[in-house]
Design a protein around this ligand. Structure first.
Ligand code: FES
Length: 571
């Protein structure tokens, strides 16, 4: 292993001074000849999804020491979904940069990345891809199920569901308070198949986590044992020089997409997987999701597309059992962080027969295909994404209605419940200027609330279209990530109140029914917004460099140099 040494212009002196400072940890010089393993510590009391990870870090350290390595913990930024303003997605790239530079700049030979909350895991995978030192991902694991009045509660599908029912007058203040007490009952990340669970399932399917590590709840002792094993394995990976680029190949990314589709996972994972793939020089495009979606059954009966949650999925056998069931669709000869292939890893995997209702068979899936759909048309020439199995009213998947346009999130918040808003159940709600540049950071506002006056009439779903995202725990006939976004002149920004919008999910189409001439006329009068918010600092940098949703929302300057050259961004 080649050790990196800080440069003082005199190699001997650099080594001498580094040795002096290292001894303070109680290790001798020869100890540092062993594999040095960084443990990316994302402990945070603000990011409550990571507030329980200290024992996991200790177990990782135990494993590293058992395998003959030296563990060195280091901190990075830690962002939690519910507490980060204006939105965590604004900071995903910052976490990725922080993590990549720490991995690259510090004298470590390999790294264990401890993630969990929505944006942390994808950011860490992006960082691992670019730094390309041996790396294993470990999450803090999902929360246990919540419970209220004999019903399972899940964060945060039930946060949204019960809030909507409260607004409709169906849930009392006292009930809402009781539910609120129980929505996040234990340590861990959200326990439905939201973004956190989805990206950890993808990471395991791509070979970057140990088998079983995605679904084991935060509270089971198996997670500590997985942490210890992770520590042992990273030492092996370093010795064998098995880097992320050798694991996250094009085939492995396909496996990740297949897993995303088989669990009915979050639309956010589409953006993250594109970003991760591109970091590796793999030109993943939205159309690949449609191709794989057509031939991948939805097997996992998990909320919001199904009925159960991560704890139940764990008892069913978790990701190894799922992958075993769908093995005929996977590239099995890909290498994984176990040091063996996916095929070998799956030899021992099995579905718990008592939980067949959670991982369905290929012969009798929950749905035959179509967990995600990318729609194109004059409203989203570069694509927009919908999760057809998470809609409430499937009739809306083919729908024509008049646009009710909100020009920003603030405008939407101000007017959505106005009794005088001209809206009916057939209207199509359009939210503009909430994309990567416009918001900035593409917040999870895409599940536009149903106007209260319609809620009270019993309406629970409408067609909603935006250039922002929605939480993986959200649901409804919601079309997201319309690209290009309004703020850069995308056609979603050119829609006007009363335009007729046509959505045809089975055909993969999304159009505003105006003539090409009219569209051109509107485009000619578009002028880019002058943003008064975030005049300086990181958000300002973000706005200048973020790519569109169909390109993964990474920064242009973080792409591999070859891709930047292709895009003409470097000479
Ligand atoms: Fe962290 Fe949901 S808030 S995963």
């Amino acid at each position: 292993m080649k050790k990196r040494v800080t440069s003082y212009g005199d190699a001997g002196f650099s080594q001498f001074i580094q040795n002096a400072f290292r001894k303070h940890l109680g290790y001798d010089e020869e100890d540092y000849e062993k594999p040095i393993i960084g443990i990316c510590n994302t402990y945070s009391e603000i990011n409550r999804c990571h507030s329980h990870i200290k024992p996991l870090i200790q177990s990782v350290k135990n494993g590293i020491l058992m395998a003959g390595g030296i563990p060195l913990e280091f901190p990075t930024i830690s962002i939690g979904e519910m507490f980060t303003s204006p939105t965590t997605m604004l900071y995903r790239n910052l976490v990725a940069m922080d993590t990549e530079e720490m991995i690259s700049a510090q004298p470590i030979d390999g790294v264990v990345l401890i993630g969990g909350c929505d944006k942390m895991t994808p950011a860490q995978l992006m960082a691992a891809a670019s730094a390309n030192k041996p790396a294993i991902l470990l999450t803090g694991g999902p929360m246990e199920n919540g419970e209220y009045n004999g019903k399972t509660l899940g964060a945060c599908s039930d946060c949204r569901y019960y809030w909507q029912e409260y607004k409709a007058g169906e849930v009392s203040d006292e009930e809402l308070k009781q539910i609120n007490n129980r929505l996040a009952p234990t340590a861990g990340h959200c326990m439905v198949m939201g973004s956190a669970s989805t990206i950890s399932v993808c990471a395991e399917a791509m070979g970057m986590m140990l088998p079983g590590a995605a679904a084991a709840p935060a509270t089971v002792n198996e997670r500590l044992r997985l942490a210890k094993e992770t520590g042992k394995k990273i030492v092996e990976l370093v010795k064998n020089e098995l880097t992320p680029a050798k694991i996250m190949t094009k085939e492995a990314i396909d496996n990740g997409i297949r897993a995303l589709l088989a669990v009915g996972g979050s639309t956010n994972a589409v953006i993250h997987l594109i970003a991760i793939a591109r970091r590796l020089g793999i030109p993943l495009e939205l159309k690949r999701f449609n191709e794989l979606s057509e031939t991948t059954p939805l097997l996992a009966n998990l909320r919001p597309a199904g009925e159960y949650q991560m704890e139940d999925f764990y008892h069913a056998g978790g990701v190894p059992a799922l992958l075993k069931e769908m093995a005929s669709l996977l590239h099995l000869d890909v290498m994984t962080v176990t040091g063996t292939t996916l095929r070998e890893n799956l030899e021992q995997a099995e579905i718990n027969p008592a939980y067949r209702h959670i991982i369905k068979s290929m012969e009798s899936p929950l749905y035959e295909n179509g967990a995600l759909k990318v729609v194109y048309g004059n409203l989203a020439p570069n694509g927009a994404v919908i999760k057809p199995k998470a809609v409430i009213n499937p009739k809306l998947l083919r729908h024509r209605g008049k646009a009710v346009v909100f020009t920003s999130i603030a405008d939407m918040e101000e007017r959505i419940n106005d009794p005088n808003l001209e809206v009916d159940p057939d209207s199509v709600l359009i939210l503009q200027n909430a994309g990567p540049v416009g918001a900035p950071g593409m917040p999870e506002a895409g599940m536009i609330p149903i106007p209260e006056k319609l809620l009270k009439q019993g309406v629970r779903d409408m067609v909603r279209i935006s250039d922002c995202r929605m939480s993986g725990t959200a649901f409804g006939t919601v079309v997201l990530h319309a690209a290009p976004e309004a703020a850069v002149g995308g056609p979603i920004g050119l829609v006007r109140d009363g335009d007729i919008i046509e959505l045809d999910v089975p055909k993969g189409e999304l159009n505003v029914l105006i003539s090409d001439e009219e569209m051109e006329k509107r485009r000619a009068s578009f002028s880019p917004p002058q943003f008064a918010d975030f005049p300086r600092g990181y958000p300002s940098l973000y706005r200048k460099h973020v790519l569109q949703a169909d390109e993964g929302c990474d920064f242009d300057f973080l792409l591999p140099v070859e891709i930047q050259k292709e895009k003409g961004e470097v000479g």
